[in-house]
Design a protein around this ligand. Structure first.
Ligand code: SP5
Ligand code: ZN
Length: 342
């Protein structure tokens, strides 16, 4: 399997986040992608390719144009306002406030275009976001050109980013961009299978009223787990999209047996949908030693995930999402891919 990777991800480093009452270095850090890249090499998964550069047309097919146009301006605006450190919002237009008037202050704009303070900017963040997008589209092109599967080693991740908001370490929703790109290239139906520990709220929001893109999520129950405000089982899609969004919220402590039951049900529903291609939002923060998560998968489980996805017999695009246990993240992410290859 070919991997697409860009070193530009590394410029998105040193950003801070708020965890349990303290501002701490972000869990979503450059070493994550480097450790996965090294494991791709040591396991001889296949060649590692640089991304082709794309314009932002495909991003604007799933995101609001004003949101996409805002992203490259964040750091320049932040610096022009005399600020340093990490560009993090602190005020959001929640219920009772005006969410329809973009303000003119950079801190306010960050809040306007986000749902949490988890997607912070430093100087190299835009170039990393853009490279992650290019990685996803380049890997999608490989699948379109006939590869059985490809691995988009995206960083930053994407699945929490909605049509007009960032959050949860995510800015552009790489998996959603790829899914829509497959549709625009002629695929009739596309499935997105999100196995990250956290609910892919952004992907769900983007495709919620769409029957042509099935979105399936296995994740920590939002009653107790981030992102809290989406991901319940009764969210099944709206309008023409009714029945094409499937959520499997699972409790803290879920280990392979129960997680795999959900995966099996998800894969059967996915197979029944009969898409032309599947986009896998590949998070490995379901791991027992993940520092921010509460599932109990072991390294031996990840190849089984890949093997089950392979049994779907569909062209498959793997898009890297979360996973924060940096010592094992390479073993687990690449484990899914070698398990897929059989
Ligand atoms: C892509 C992805 O996996 N994003 C996850 C964003 C999670 N943000 C919330 C983190 C909350 C961390 N709570 C940590 C407790 C650590 N002891
Ligand atoms: Zn996650």
């Amino acid at each position: 399997m070919k991997t697409v990777f860009s070193p530009l991800h590394a410029g998105h480093g040193g950003q801070m986040e708020l965890v349990a009452g303290a501002i701490v270095p972000g869990f979503e850090k450059p070493s994550r992608a480097e450790i996965i890249r090294k494991r791709v090499e040591s396991e001889k998964l296949g060649p590692i390719l640089a991304p082709e550069i794309h314009d932002l047309t495909a991003a604007k097919r799933v995101h609001a144009a004003d949101y996409i146009d805002f992203l490259p301006t964040v750091w320049p605006q932040w610096e022009a306002a005399g600020k340093s450190g990490s560009a993090i919002p602190f005020a959001w237009p929640t219920r009772g406030l005006r969410g329809d008037v973009p303000p003119r202050n950079i801190e306010a704009l960050l809040g306007f275009y986000s749902f949490d303070g988890g997607a912070s900017f430093v100087k190299g963040t835009w170039d990393a976001i853009k490279s992650s997008y290019d990685v996803a589209l380049t890997a999608a092109q490989l699948v379109k050109a006939g590869e059985r599967a490809a691995f988009a080693l995206c960083r930053p991740p994407g699945h929490h980013a909605g049509a007009a908001f960032m959050g949860g370490y995510c800015f552009i929703n790489n998996a959603a961009v790829a899914a829509q790109w497959f549709r625009d290239q002629g695929a009739t139906r596309v499935a997105v299978l999100d196995v990250d520990y956290h609910h892919g709220n952004g992907t769900q929001e983007i495709f919620y009223d769409r029957p042509d893109i099935q979105v399936i999520n296995l994740h920590g129950d939002p009653m107790t787990e981030y992102p809290f405000f989406l991901g319940h089982a009764d969210e099944r899609g709206a309008g023409a999209g009714e029945g094409f969004n499937l959520n499997y919220p699972l409790p803290f402590g879920t280990s392979w047996a129960k997680w795999n039951e959900a995966l099996e049900d998800a894969c059967q529903k996915l197979a029944a949908y009969a898409p032309d291609v599947v986009v896998v939002s590949l998070g490995v923060d379901t791991f027992e030693k993940d520092p921010i998560s509460q599932f109990k998968l072991t390294s031996a489980d990840y190849p089984k995930i890949g093997a089950r996805i392979a049994r779907l017999g569909l062209p498959s695009l793997f898009v890297m999402e979360g996973g924060y246990a940096v010592d094992e993240i390479g073993i687990n992410a690449v484990g899914v891919l070698t398990g897929f290859e059989g």
